[in-house]
Design a protein around this ligand. Structure first.
Ligand code: RUB
Length: 334
């Protein structure tokens, strides 16, 4: 059975990036499962569970890199399976999904707020801070620090090809924070004048490597060279449990039309366009990760993962991993 129209719309919006940013993607997926439960006409628990499974599959096929997406689905579907094992009735199963999805969404919002408070503690008067792409967690830190009366300036990389840096610049401007917008290639030029670099994450691997918007690892390299502190702001549901089993995070490669028109490309028969959407910053280039549970060095990621995901069996992890896009490519967590 096809997922409900509203669920299909959410999946399409994630795929087309109308819904974007790892946290928002995860909350929207939770909302889609909630809608599935509310709109279902199933007459028995197993039928509701299979409708939820088909929504989950559709959502997981949208974008492969943000680990927050399978983590939010897992958070809900594990409880559904548990409910089925306990033979809960249809009404109770529906309520369970609504409650679990609502809990996930609220916890996610609280986590961002908490990251804002914790991270703001590391911002000092006079700081010059560079960021990349658009991250709600990073914005929470900057906006909280500004509300606390701290005086600092921000430099935002425009973040080609989709220009999410402009979203950050606009938000900073709305908040009253003095901000410069630069082309991505100017990041190293400005780095020597920076005090801190702060970015978000789509996934954090067990070894503390951070997967974020393409260009993040170049920024990290430039920060390292100039001895500028490199912070990552990430909710713990962006930690990738699969990487505890040695799996790699899949790097999404998007359409060439984001970079160049088909017509122009046709005039260059020997040119292939490559458009990876994310890259991997090794833990050596990350000074600390601000999570809702506190600030950790990247090397401590595995400890948090063991606490958060320790109860999930390897089979449970693989089950949801298997829903994700099948093809393997040159993903890399090193
Ligand atoms: C967004 C991106 C963000 C992270 C974190 O990429 O890389 O830095 O998702 O964002 P895209 P948040 O625009 O391709 O989704 O802190 O909002 O979860």
């Amino acid at each position: 059975m096809q997922p409900h129209g509203r669920v299909r719309r959410i999946a399409e919006d994630i795929e087309k990036m109308k819904i974007r940013g790892a946290g928002k993607i995860a909350r929207s997926a939770a909302e889609a499962l909630l809608i599935t439960a509310q709109q279902s006409k199933a007459t028995k628990p197993s039928a509701l569970a299979s409708e939820l499974e088909s929504s989950a599959r559709l959502l997981l096929s949208t974008r492969p890199t943000a680990v927050s997406l399978p983590n939010s689905i897992r958070y809900i579907m594990f409880r559904v399976k548990e409910g089925q094992r306990r033979n809960v009735e249809l009404g109770a199963l529906r309520k369970l999904v609504v409650k679990t999805a609502t809990d996930f969404i609220q916890n996610s919002m609280r986590a961002i707020e908490r990251i804002g408070e914790i991270g703001a503690g590391r911002i000092e008067d006079g700081d010059r801070i560079i960021t990349h792409c658009d991250s709600a967690a990073v914005r929470a830190i900057l906006e909280t620090a500004y509300t606390q009366g701290k005086k600092f300036t921000v430099v935002v990389c425009e973040t080609r090809p989709r220009f999410q840096g402009r979203i950050t610049a606009r938000r900073m401007s709305d908040a009253g924070i003095r901000t410069s917008l630069i082309v991505d290639g100017a990041a190293r030029f400005f780095m020597t004048k920076m005090d801190k670099a702060i970015v978000g994450a789509d996934a954090v691997a067990a070894n503390g490597a951070v997967v974020n918007k393409i260009g993040t690892s170049t920024l990290a390299l430039a920060a390292h060279e100039s001895r500028v502190l490199f912070f990552v702001a990430a909710e713990t549901y962006k930690f990738s449990p699969e990487t505890m089993l040695g799996q790699l995070v899949k790097i999404e490669e998007r359409d060439s039309s984001e970079i160049i028109s088909e017509k122009e490309l046709e005039r260059m028969p020997n040119v292939t366009v490559r458009n990876p959407s994310f890259d991997v910053t090794p833990p050596e280039y990350v000074d600390l990760i601000v999570t809702e549970r506190g600030i950790i060095p990247p090397q401590a990621t595995i400890m948090i993962m063991q606490e958060e995901f320790g109860s999930i069996t390897a089979e449970g992890l693989m089950e949801y991993q298997a829903y994700r896009l099948a093809e393997e490519d040159e993903s890399d967590n090193s």
